[in-house]
Design a protein around this ligand. Structure first.
Ligand code: TMP
Ligand code: ASP
Length: 262
């Protein structure tokens, strides 16, 4: 499929104009960044895995009635998506305290939260995506009104519910994750769609038994074996199989994967 002009290049993805009005092509790169671009590197094969993992999760969410921007995957690195106007808010859902929550508030790492905790960050790289209150979202019109906020909060909790179960079934604890939503006009109706991606780049995933990290914390904390961890998530989700591997990237046999560090 022919790509149009580049619309936007982010840290891990590029968005191109799509073949029809209102569509775009989302391309997954191998770039990895952390701490607002302070740490950067290339992790060969990450884009391919995130493309497949995100496709899998978005398709599953679609089946439970969460509308997403995904139309279909095009190839190993690209998806055809609906072009949306991104709401400039990162919606963070937490089930277990770790990461910035523990650093900012001194909560013990690994504390199980009594119910899912929803946080909001203003999407602004220059400001380092600061944590904001619900009131900021409405006051500064990042979200139109309370009804829209209620709707998105509700989507976040339903997505959490679904993903908790999906990952539990494959021996993974869903610790926390980040979501982005966008708006578009579908048949004359302004519609909120889940956008961006859901992958080990945007979630914290711990093995149920060993608590080994199977996500981007391996990169953030220099734990090594990043691609093997992402591959393990894809294998458990049934996206890649024991014998096969995703073309383009030589992953080696999954049996040989050993993630030594926590
Ligand atoms: P945090 O503990 O660093 O605030 O991260 C919470 C969750 O959000 C974690 O699953 C990682 C994800 N996340 C992103 O996807 N993008 C980001 O820019 C940040 C800061 C976190
Ligand atoms: N994605 C952010 C960055 O590029 C932060 C993170 O995921 O840790 O810096």
């Amino acid at each position: 499929m022919n790509k149009g002009k580049k619309l936007y290049e982010g840290k891990a993805k590029i968005l191109y104009e799509g073949p029809e009005k209102g569509t775009a092509i989302q391309h997954f790169k191998d770039h990895a960044t952390a701490f607002n671009n302070l740490k950067k590197s290339t992790v060969e094969g990450k884009g391919v895995l995130n493309n497949r993992i995100s496709e899998h999760i978005f398709n599953n969410l679609n089946q439970i009635g969460i509308q997403t921007h995904l139309i279909r995957r095009l190839n190993m690195r690209e998806q055809l998506v609906r072009l949306v106007e991104i709401i400039p808010v990162e919606f963070i859902v937490r089930n277990i305290a770790t990461g910035s929550l523990t650093k900012k508030l001194g909560i013990a790492d690994g504390t199980i939260l009594s119910k899912p905790l929803l946080e909001y960050s203003y999407k602004n790289d220059d400001l380092g995506d600061p944590l904001v209150a619900r009131e900021h979202l409405l006051e500064f019109k990042w979200i139109k009104n309370q009804k829209e906020l209620d709707q998105i909060n509700n989507y976040c909790l339903r997505i959490n519910d679904f993903m908790l179960g999906m990952f539990r079934g494959i021996g993974i604890k869903l610790v926390d994750f980040k979501l982005e939503f966008g708006k578009t006009n579908i048949n004359g109706v302004e519609t909120i769609l889940l956008a961006d991606e859901i992958s080990p780049d945007t979630c914290r995933l711990w093995d149920v038994v060993s608590e080994k990290k199977l996500d981007k914390d391996r990169f953030r904390k220099d734990l090594g074996n990043i691609i093997q961890a992402y591959q393990e998530v894809a294998r458990r989700l049934g996206i890649i199989h024991e014998e096969g591997n995703i073309s383009e990237v030589k992953f080696g046999k999954p049996k040989s994967i050993k993630i030594k560090n926590k």
